[in-house]
Design a protein. Structure first.
Length: 298
């Protein structure tokens, strides 16, 4: 069985389409990788890219994309609604088939070291690749964001895993990791009051007493004038999408606010959507073999 690994880098650029296309081009130029998806958000000022392949080509494409981002994005003037600390903000490797998490951790370490040595970008290893418990959670690694890390990276205990304890002022800092499949899920509210979104995010995320596998923030979307709860569903099998959606609706109702819609950023496992359909349609005993696409794949 061929080893297939997914890489889902997030870049701190969601407005300049030429820059985004150049970064995408650096990935496409690597033989042996397949670009599956990419999306950009002007309010977040962020792009999310998904590509797959065997470990060697994926590592090379990840490095080349980070190199291109470092040359085109200047973090000293970056603004956006999403937390960020680097031109290539996060660079996770996800095992898909024929490869286990241990190998993805090794990939993260190899690429992280190369970013530090060749591009002089400080690198933190996070999630399953974390070298210490306090670095497993990305929000802890990214605390203070780009601006706060200029001084924060020099504090005892905050030195990077690779590279100098000094922020690269243009390219910033990058988190490289290994993790299971993650669903980036946003829920929009019929209010512009971002404080309500922040309170809902605190209620659902694990770090403040909610679901352990959920991360969430409240932000304001300028294009729509709406507050948004932006969520990472880190393990959809433990906390499915419909449970997150229903809890956000419940919390929003406390403030007299309704949910207008929701969105998935990037790709999602089909199983997560089937689980939601099963819940909302109250399907009894739905079998995987009843799904046409599953039968076609067989």
């Amino acid at each position: 069985m061929a080893k297939v690994v997914e890489c889902v880098p997030n870049f701190s650029e969601g407005r300049n389409l030429e820059v985004i296309e150049e970064i995408i081009g650096s990935i496409k130029a690597v033989a042996g990788v397949k670009l599956l998806d990419y999306s950009h958000d002007e309010s977040h000022n962020r792009s999310v890219v998904t590509f797959i392949g065997e470990p060697g080509p994926v590592k090379e494409a990840a490095f080349q994309a980070a190199k291109k981002a470092a040359s085109l994005i200047d973090m000293s003037g970056h603004e956006g609604g999403h937390p960020r600390m680097g031109a290539t903000d996060v660079l996770p490797f996800v095992p898909i088939s024929g490869i286990d998490m241990k190998e993805c951790i090794e990939m993260a370490s190899e690429v992280g070291r190369r970013l530090a040595e060749e591009l002089e970008i400080p690198v933190y290893l996070y999630e399953e690749a974390a070298t210490r418990p306090e670095r497993k959670n990305l929000s802890d690694v990214r605390r203070g964001q780009y601006e706060g890390l200029i001084e924060g990276i020099k504090e005892p205990g905050r030195e990077p895993d690779f590279g100098p304890a000094e922020v690269n002022l243009k390219a910033g800092v990058t988190a490289v990791g290994a993790r299971p499949p993650l669903i980036a899920y946003n829920i929009n509210l019929d209010t512009g009051d971002v404080e309500i979104a922040k309170k809902i995010a605190r209620a659902i995320r694990g770090s403040s007493g909610g679901f352990p596998t959920i991360k969430g923030l409240g932000i304001y979307i300028e294009e729509t004038g709406q507050a948004q709860v932006t969520i990472n569903v880190c393990d959809y099998k433990k906390v499915p999408l419909h449970r997150v959606f229903e809890l956000v609706k419940l919390e929003a109702a406390r403030f007299g606010v309704a949910v207008t819609d929701s969105e998935i950023v990037g790709l999602t496992p089909m199983e997560a959507l089937v689980d939601a359909a099963e819940f909302y349609l109250q399907l009894a005993g739905l079998e995987p073999g009843q799904i046409l696409e599953n039968r076609l794949l067989e």
